[in-house]
Write a protein that binds this ligand. Sequence first.
Ligand code: AMP
Length: 283
Amino acid sequence: MMQLVRKIDEIKAAARGAAREGKSVGLVPTMGYLHEGHISLMKKARAENDFLAVSIFVNPTQFGPSEDLDSYPRDLERDLRLCEEAGVNIVFAPESSEMYPEGYSTYVTVEGGVTAGLCGKSRPIHFRGVATVVTKLFNIVRPERAYFGQKDAQQVAVIKKMVRDTNQDVQVIACPIVREADGLALSSRNTYLSPSERQDALTLSSSLFGAVGLISSGEKSAAAVRGYIESRFAGIESASIDYIEIVDPDTMEPLSLISNRALIAIAVKIGKTRLIDNIVAEV
Ligand code: AMP
């Protein structure tokens, strides 16, 4: 039977108990409103660990003041059903006040190039919130392995760096992006899109696929690839580009010439909805 717990002490007791029995503990952190992207992380984690914990927590510290914290979609009942089907052992769904009680004042900040660009630039406190909540979850659950989606490529790089820099004993495992049949990367935020916006949103993935095609046919200039992606959005009225970046997939340092492996990452607002997507081009 899957367990649902709300309190830090409860998940600690369960995870420590499992570890004492010699079970390996896996963790999949999420903000809920689960979709096949989340499920793919859970399936991999299920296969690789004896005891699987999933956290469902819309983390307020990673949202800026004008962002969608209050409107972020939530459906705990449905999420629990999906977790149960995926073979999850325990779901940790704390209240904000459990994670950040009155007087809370400690944050984890990953400095330098890995947080300087991309989403770090347009969402200044975002990665401080992510690094803080993930550190807390790691301390609470003490997983042997934790699973993250490549959909949030910069998040993966930031967490890997944080774990390395602070000597945490957890293996961070990145999982491939799950897409709809037409290419749209699954996201809880896709639910905000109207039917015509959803159509416009397809340009995120299709322009990335096109960019990879351009690179495999010999284009090496990051500026040219950026220009190509920009041009793909030119006729789309609902779209406003936040960033198009071509960076080293591990350090997030901008590349001007594409050689080896390059992460092409984009953030685009479609109407009021900010969407991100990315792809790795291998030369
Ligand atoms: P979220 O609930 O959006 O914070 O996402 C929780 C985890 O699921 C993160 O590690 C995400 O990168 C991952 N994830 C979200 N969407 C996808 C997707 N389409 N494919 C793979 N992983 C995803």
